[in-house]
Design a protein around this ligand. Sequence first.
Ligand SMILES: Cc1cc2nc3c(=O)[nH]c(=O)nc-3n(C[C@H](O)[C@H](O)[C@H](O)COP(=O)(O)OP(=O)(O)OC[C@H]3O[C@@H](n4cnc5c(N)ncnc54)[C@H](O)[C@@H]3O)c2cc1C
Length: 376
Amino acid sequence: MNNTSDVIIIGLGAMGSATSMFLSQNGIKVIGFDSYLPPHEFGSSLGHTRVIREAYHEGTSYVPIVQRAYEIWFEMNDNSKIPIIETYGGLLIGPKTGNIENAIKSAKKYDIPIKKMTTGEISQNFSVLNPPNDYIGLFESRSGAVFVENSINHMLNTALKKGSIHKYNEKVIRWSKKSNYYLVETNLGNYKAEKLVFSSGAWITKLLPTLKLPIKIERQVLFWFSPKKNPDKFKSINMPNTGWDLNNGLNFYAMPNIENRGFKVAMHHNGDFVDPDTLIRKSNDSDLKIVRDFLEQHIPDGNGDLIDSKVCMYTDTPDQDFLIDSHPDDENIIICSPCSGHGFKFTPAIGEICSSLIINNSTNFDLDEFSLQRFF
Ligand SMILES: Cc1cc2nc3c(=O)[nH]c(=O)nc-3n(C[C@H](O)[C@H](O)[C@H](O)COP(=O)(O)OP(=O)(O)OC[C@H]3O[C@@H](n4cnc5c(N)ncnc54)[C@H](O)[C@@H]3O)c2cc1C
């Protein structure tokens, strides 16, 4: 009897744990599977923190979703003994066009307070930052960090308390549609449900081969450093998140030293395309060199001893926008993982959206830009 539920969720990382939380809070019977014990280091949701920001340069349609996510993150933070979100500000640094111009569009449309800064003002306020002379900065005060493992633990535990059944270390091998239910076969048993959610991250194309999703999996490396000088200036009370849109075509981001884990730096995109099952989960000298070269030029005091590094994966769509939609042939199947390396900040809002798509076949958010049809 325990093998039957209303909904089966395949993948209990960020999006799956959030979906399980919202479905269970709405009285829906859920069985969720994960191949590993989440939160774990094999997918896309690892590495202590994720940037959250609101004046979204990736598109104005993301703003209402991230604003809803902020509300839920803060509620979760109030109900949690461990930190879920911390806000201390964020600074986008780049030429006047490109990301900065697009972030200003989002800020104007949704009245998000932002402050433009010249390079002089950036160096005056944050003396460890060394932006190129012809760049500008765009500061937003609500940017900050969401704690990855803490929030996944919180969402999984909330879901369990509300009645979800989670099967960890149990891998879904295949699934099929029967007359009035779906059969999901794992390495340990067979399960039935009326609806399915695919929140399987980097493995999503393996579970939906006939859809031929145009998804690529990109290797990404996170580094934590001990600053060489001025360590106090790297704490979150003194340093914002920074996102760097450089004229050599590369993008980097850095996060202040939070909970004494070190100053976090990574390149955004430009990684190798990989298979999640054969990914090399160790950083190499060339990964480190790219980040050290960036630091030496733009945040030289941060270029100190290496504390840690982690390898992670982006699940990229061709336009780097999300894919949140029902299966084209079946509205009882929801797909919600591909977030092209910028999805974590939206997690609880995406969980709520998926839950609404399952329960009501609709959502209050405009998902047109995240549809599957745009690729076919
Ligand atoms: C290095 C890095 C930095 C990032 N930085 C940011 C940031 O600053 N801000 C931001 O907003 N976003 C960021 N992101 C993106 C964000 O982290 C991801 O969008 C998000 O974590 C993806 O969550 P997910 O649930 O789709 O995938 P995951 O959390 O990986 O979950 C997928 C789960 O499915 C399970 N699974 C897969 N196949 C099966 C199967 N057959 N059976 C059972 N279980 C299965 C996996 O084990 C996994 O647990 C970053 C990502 C990376 C990699």
